[in-house]
Every structure is written in structure tokens, then in C-alpha cells.
Design a protein around this ligand. Structure first.
Ligand code: HDD
Length: 733
């Protein structure tokens, strides 16, 4: 822990010293860039000499890289010139002796570490978890042991398939990994925004990931599942059917990390102080509700702002609009588990909320962006095996495999078992163990005793008292050693059917469209046929509509291992649109203005949306802004050409009469209103805006979600946009 503490202190001091270092470098640059001599006019002061009693300048150990007030090499040697390498003569060869240049390029050459084999593209933030319900009767976990107890947290969101530089709005599962730095060690809940998984056994994970990532011979498609390998795998793995339905739903194209669920996926175990166990499923539920984009929007967002999700999180946290999730648990005793129609160890199944209700036990608030993306977000290392006393595993075969995989992968990514010393990974409680050495050991454990038991380090250095330690739940285990899949895992379609039946017609249409799009990208037509053959076991309506969309003759259904259950009731909780957020809080309005726009309207809209805790982005034909009707200048946040309507949750178009005529000639303005309309968004139509809508062919007149926007109606407009989309808009008219 000393490492973490030191690092935190330095972070505070960092900003000012970093600025100073930059200023120093800039001065020397100005002095030396055009000058023939390599020596700066004023040589830097000689550093104090180390004596046997001191370490470096102040006798302190320095580990920060921006601590000093002048530029040095990593060895601490003051650098005289950061512009010119050391040469023999002013036009002569560069000398190998130039240790400063060689060290700088050496460090640069090694700046990158291997990206995560999955979830490479991610974005992290710090936060706090607060226990809102004392759960000590169910679990000994300290973090949940007292209402109001607060615990430091770090969260990393991610896409799965794309590389680190891919775009944010891929149709993909989102990772939702939470690290809780509890008083009893780090607890990681390494989850996704979808509550089930593609496969039941970890041994299939490499196959799944190989199939979904770019095809190995051609290295494309990148960050997309719409290709032969993925759907070929799916067609041959009926257990993936349930998850692919979720993946084809709008859950896989979230509007923002802030508006999506998180799930622990597996069934875990809580164990209380008396040693009693309860099965548990973890759910993170966004306080601002769930929201997704539509596919056509996702495609365009990826072009307009590939960093849409990370920018959203960064802006929200920095503007004090702190994202929050409730942690809810489903608690299941052995008897309830036995009565469920599915095996709770099977990660391709959910437990419907209607059967086992959710209980909220805590709240997560993200309140701080990272100081450094590499040091924190890239180097953070999660592991499903990081559990604390009171939390334990089940025999879910996917979870068991994961427990091995995460620790293992950190070695190839971070290069050393000492990754636990990195500030973002270090526990915030004292640690005491006898693990020593290894690459990049930053601690200097003193004394000769590196073993236990011993007679020197005292009782507190040995294993802690049993009751305060992690005790594995003593579940009885017996059976023959065999490679076998339990019969209770054999039903691959019934819950997929429940999911389909629980969606609203709009959501079902989106699922069908997604299957049609993805399968249309498969070059081998047998893959389309085989996938649709599986879908016939889910629901005939789904299979028929997908086949129709593909222009495919309906193939015979594939043979399920066990009969599909058609008697299971729908679960309304599975639909996002059945219980929409009904708030515009945390969302963004794009307000398109021109010279001469009515100042009163702008003011009223800004006021109304601010009161609704939403953001208004001013968009204008020129980023310098516009002059409003009252003669005042209004700076723009965005240039119209750089801010298509896909970047906003709702738009308002309030040009002056002359401005509307100009906008009507501008393709960017026409796209702006066309897309907003086609993406079912609410559109506030200014009194003089109609020429633009007419020229763009957007029939806003009579459209209930495109009301006239005046200074007086701004408050009504902000209420209306809380519906987020007007799905009943008839796009054929
Ligand atoms: Fe995994 C990363 C979530 C199955 C092996 N996984 C990773 C991350 C998340 C998940 C959120 C990113 C963590 C971060 O932000 O650093 N993974 C899941 C979920 C799964 C799942 C919810 C199923 C329920 N994963 C899974 C299996 C295996 C892995 C079955 C291997 C047997 N996952 C990994 C990994 C990664 C990883 C290769 C890549 C980078 C890392 O771990 O640290 O070990």
C-alpha cells in the first residue's frame, strides 16, 4: 500500500510541476531551436551531489515522472537540449553516445503494451459505491455490511470485439467491469450489459472470440459480428441463440454507457458469518434509465464521432452530471433454485425478475475521470476470482474457466505478477504476504524473512484469524471425472423465446432488421439458412420475418436437444421500451440557430432544459456563432457540418426567416432534420423554420413530435422530449 499512497499524493502535486516542466522545456526550445550552438545560454544548475546519507536531490525516493521542475532523463540527469540530438559537427552524424536521445526513443518504442484480446476498447472512471441496505444477514462482505458505508470504485466499460482504436457504436456487447476497493481486499464484478452469455463452458471461449473477431486471413471486418465466421459459429452452437437475440436487440447499440444496465451474468454465492449460503445474481441499473440508438443512427455516429461513448462519459462527469447505477441483487435459496425451470449454473439463462424480484442494496456513482488513460484504464486488471470474504463462486463452468483466464492474461498484458502494485490495481487495505521479487518489483521488503511460518515477523503476519478470512463455502462435491455437459443445460431456445415474446413490436422489428442486416453480410448462403433454421425453434414469427427480409425460403427447423417450452410467460422487465426512462435528464438537445434567431426562444429553451438537468448544444453554420435578434452575439458549441443530429437526443431548429432560406440550401441542414425525423426524434420547429423542412422533404406539419417551438412553449417541449422517441411516427407518409 505505501506505493498507492505515494502515488495519490503525487497526483495532487502533479499539475503544477507538470506545467513548470513544460514551461522550462518551452523556454529552452525557443532559445535553442534556431541557434547553431547546442548549449543553452544559461546552463542548468548542477544538481546537488548525492552523499552516502542522501538519495537523490532531497534525500527522497522519486517515482513520479513529472515531479521535478526541470527536464531530466529517466536516470535524473538534467537535459540541456530536447530539440537536437548529439552530432559530430553541425551537419555531421549522430553519435551513439547520445544517451538522452537513445533513452527517449527507447522508452517511446516500448510505450504500447498488448491490447486486451477481448474488450480492448474501453473507457474508465473512478467512483464511489455506497451500501444502501445492510445485507449482513445474507453476506459477510464488509462492503455490504452497513447502510451508508462507502467504498472506492473503478469502472471500465468496453466493447468486446473491436481493437483499441475501433469505434464506439459497434453492434456489440458492452463490458461493465467494476472494481470495489473494499476494506477486505478488491472485489471485481466483471460483467456485461447483457445478462446471459454465448457459451456455457469456458473451453469454447477462444472459439467464440476467434469467430467474432476479424477473419484471420484478411484482418476484417473489424469490430463487427456481421460476417461468415461469427454466424457460422453461432449456427453450430445453438446454446448461443439466446445471447444473439439480445445482441441483435437495441441493447447492443446503447446511447451511452450511462444509460445501460450491467450484469454479473453468473450466479454467485453470498455467505454470511454463520456460514450459510444464498445464490445471488448482480444487476447494475442506471438511475437515468436505459436508452439505445437506432441502427441507422449508430452507423452515422461512428463516422461523426467514433468516440461518442467515451466523450459522453468524460463530459458528463466533468460537468458534474454524475452517472449513477443502483446495485440490485436477486437472492435465491437452494429450494427456489431447484424449483426454477432452468439450471442456475447455466450462464445462458436469466432468472426472470418476475420470479425472483430485484432488491436494491447499493449505489454506484462515477465522480472522477482518470488522470491518465494508460496508467489507469489501460493498466487496470480485473479478475472474476477477486472476491472478498462473504462472496463465493458457484460451479458455473464458464465462471470456473474465467477465474483462471483473467489472472493469466494480465501476465502477457502487464508483464509481471507485480501488476497489483500499480495504483489502479492496488488494494486500499493493508496487504501482508511473502510473495517477493519478479519483474518491476517496486517495493523493497526489508529483512531476511521471506517465508511463513517464522519466528520474526509476528503473529499478525501469519494467516489471519479464521473468522475474518476468506473461507471457501464447503460445498460437497462428488462425481465421476468426465468431459460432459449437464442435461439441465440442454434447453437452448425456451428463454430466447421468452425474450422475443417480451419485446414490444418496435423492438421486435429492430431485432428482425438486425438479423437481416448481419446475415446479409454472410457470403456463404448456407450460414443464413442454418441460422434461420435455429430461429424457427425460437419463434415462427421471428424466423419467417428474417427469412423474408433475406429473400430466403424458410428452411426446416433444426432439431433441438429437448422440446422447446412454449408455456413460459413473457417477462416485461426484459423490454427496454416497455418501461422507458421518461426523463430528458442527462440528455442533449441540439439547438440549431442562425443570424437573427429570436433571442427570447434561445433563452427560454436554455432555461427550460437547464432546469430539466439536460444540456443544450448551440449549433450554427459557423462555429464563431451568430448574432441574435437582440443584437447580442451567441457563440456556437458546434459547427453545423460537424454536428449532425445523430449526436443529440432531440433537436430544435429555430432559424430566422432569412436563416431558414439559407439553411434550405445547405445539405448538412437538410440531413440534420431528415435524420432527426427518420430516427423518431422530437423536433422543436421554430416559427420561421418551415422552408428548411419543406426543402428537405420532412413532413413536420401535423407530426405530434414536431411541435412549434416558441419562447412560451419551451417548457412544454422539454416535457414532451422526455419520451425520447416518437415511435409511432409514420415514415412512409
Ligand atoms: Fe471476459 C476481459 C466480461 C467470459 C476471458 N471480460 C473481460 C472484460 C469484461 C469481461 C467486462 C474487460 C475487463 C476490463 O475492462 O479490463 N467475460 C466477461 C463476461 C463473460 C466473459 C461477462 C461471461 C459471462 N471472458 C469470458 C471467458 C473467458 C474470458 C469465458 C475465458 C475463459 N475476458 C477474458 C480475458 C480478458 C477478458 C481474456 C481480456 C482482458 C482481460 O481479461 O483482462 O481474460
Amino acid at each position: 500500500m505505501p506505493t498507492a499512497k505515494r502515488a495519490t499524493k503525487k497526483t495532487a502535486a502533479k499539475t503544477s510541476t507538470a506545467k513548470k516542466a513544460t514551461a522550462t522545456a518551452a523556454t529552452s526550445t525557443a532559445a535553442s531551436a534556431n541557434a547553431p550552438a547546442i548549449e543553452p545560454a544559461t546552463p542548468p544548475a548542477t544538481p546537488p551531489q548525492s552523499t552516502p546519507d542522501t538519495l537523490g536531490a532531497g534525500g527522497e525516493l522519486h517515482q513520479g515522472v513529472q515531479d521535478g521542475d526541470r527536464m531530466t532523463t529517466a536516470q535524473g540527469i538534467p537535459v540541456s537540449d530536447n530539440e537536437n540530438s548529439l552530432r559530430a559537427g553541425d551537419r555531421g552524424p549522430t553519435l551513439l553516445e547520445d544517451f538522452a536521445m537513445r533513452e527517449k526513443i527507447f522508452a517511446f518504442d516500448h510505450e504500447r503494451i498488448p491490447e486486451r484480446v477481448v474488450h480492448a476498447r474501453g473507457y474508465g472512471a473512478h467512483g464511489t459505491f455506497e451500501c444502501t441496505k445492510d445485507l449482513s444477514d445474507i453476506t459477510a462482505a464488509h462492503v455490504l455490511g452497513a447502510k451508508g458505508r462507502r467504498t472506492e470504485a473503478f469502472v471500465r466499460f468496453s466493447t468486446v470485439a473491436g481493437s483499441k482504436g475501433s469505434f464506439d457504436l459497434a453492434r456489440d456487447v458492452r463490458g461493465f467491469a467494476v472494481k470495489l476497493y473494499t476494506a477486505e481486499g478488491n472485489w471485481d464484478i466483471v460483467g456485461n450489459n447483457i445478462p446471459v452469455f454465448f457459451i456455457q463452458d469456458a473451453i469454447k471461449f477462444p472459439d467464440l472470440v476467434h469467430a467474432v473477431k476479424e477473419e484471420p486471413d484478411r484482418a476484417f471486418p473489424q469490430a463487427q459480428s456481421a460476417h461468415d465466421n461469427f454466424w457460422d459459429f453461432v449456427a453450430h452452437m445453438p446454446e448461443s441463440t439466446h445471447m444473439t437475440l439480445w445482441q441483435m436487440s437495441d441493447r447492443a447499440i446503447p446511447r451511452s454507457f450511462r444509460f445501460m444496465d450491467g450484469f454479473g451474468v453468473h450466479t454467485f454465492r453470498f455467505v454470511n458469518e454463520a456460514g450459510e449460503s444464498t445464490f445471488v445474481k448482480f444487476h447494475w441499473r442506471p438511475l437515468l434509465g436505459k436508452q439505445s440508438v437506432v441502427w441507422n443512427e449508430a452507423v452515422k455516429i461512428n463516422g461523426a464521432d467514433p468516440d461518442f461513448h467515451r466523450r459522453d462519459l468524460w463530459n458528463a462527469i466533468n460537468s458534474g452530471d454524475l452517472p449513477q447505477w443502483d446495485l440490485a441483487v436477486q437472492l435465491i435459496d437452494e429450494k427456489t433454485a431447484d424449483a426454477l425451470p432452468f439450471d442456475i449454473l447455466d450462464p445462458t439463462k436469466i432468472i426472470p425478475e418476475e420470479d425472483v424480484p430485484l432488491q436494491v442494496v447499493g449505489r454506484l456513482t462515477l465522480d472522477r475521470v482518470v488522470d491518465n488513460d494508460f496508467a489507469e484504464t489501460e493498466q487496470v486488471a480485473f479478475c472474476t476470482a477477486n472476491v472478498v470474504p462473504g462472496v463465493d463462486f458457484t460451479n458455473d463452468p464458464l465462471l470456473q474457466g474465467r477465474n483462471f483466464s483473467y489472472l493469466d492474461t494480465q501476465l502477457s498484458r502487464l508483464g509481471t505478477p507485480n501488476f497489483t502494485k500499480l495504483p489502479v490495481n492496488a488494494p486500499r487495505c493493508p496487504v501482508a504476504h511473502f510473495q517477493r521479487d519478479g519483474q518491476m518489483q517496486t517495493d523493497i521488503p526489508s529483512g531476511p524473512t521471506n517465508y511463513e511460518p517464522n519466528g520474526h515477523t509476528g503473529a499478525d503476519r501469519g494467516p489471519r484469524a479464521q473468522d475474518a478470512s476468506f473461507l471457501t463455502f464447503p460445498q460437497e462435491v462428488q462425481g465421476e471425472k468426465r468431459r460432459i455437459r449437464a442435461e439441465s443445460f440442454a434447453d437452448h431456445y425456451s428463454q430466447a423465446r421468452v425474450f422475443w415474446e417480451s419485446q414490444t413490436p418496435v423492438e421486435q422489428e429492430h431485432i428482425v432488421d438486425a438479423y437481416v442486416f448481419e446475415l446479409s453480410k454472410c457470403v456463404d448462403p448456407t450460414i443464413r439458412r442454418d441460422v434461420v433454421a435455429n430461429l424457427r425453434n425460437v419463434h415462427e414469427d421471428l424466423a419467417t420475418q428474417v427469412a423474408d427480409g433475406l429473400g430466403l425460403e424458410l428452411p426446416p427447423a433444426s432439431k433441438p436437444f429437448v422440446p422447446v417450452r412454449t408455456d413460459l410467460p413473457p417477462s416485461p422487465a426484459l423490454s427496454m421500451l416497455a418501461s422507458p426512462p421518461d426523463t430528458f435528464e442527462g440528455r442533449r438537445l441540439g439547438l440549431l440557430v442562425t443570424d437573427g434567431t429570436d433571442a427570447a426562444v434561445v433563452k427560454a429553451v436554455q432555461k427550460a432544459f437547464e432546469a430539466a438537468k439536460a444540456t443544450v448544444t448551440i449549433i450554427a453554420p459557423k462555429v464563431g456563432g451568430v448574432t441574435l435578434s437582440d443584437g447580442k452575439k451567441l457563440p456556437a458549441d458546434e459547427l453545423l457540418k460537424g454536428a449532425p443530429s445523430v449526436l443529440f437526443d432531440a433537436v430544435a431548429v429555430v432559424p430566422s426567416a432569412d436563416g431558414a432560406v439559407e439553411l434550405a440550401k445547405d445539405p448538412a441542414a437538410k440531413d440534420f432534420v431528415n435524420d432527426a425525423f427518420n430516427h423518431y426524434k422530437f423536433i422543436g420547429v421554430g416559427a420561421d423554420a418551415l422552408p428548411l423542412f419543406e426543402e428537405a422533404g420532412v413532413p413536420v406539419e401535423g407530426d405530434p413530435a414536431s411541435p412549434q417551438l416558441t419562447a412560451k412553449s419551451a417548457k412544454d417541449f422539454v416535457k414532451a422530449v422526455a419520451a425520447l422517441r416518437y415511435w409511432d411516427r409514420d415514415l412512409t407518409s
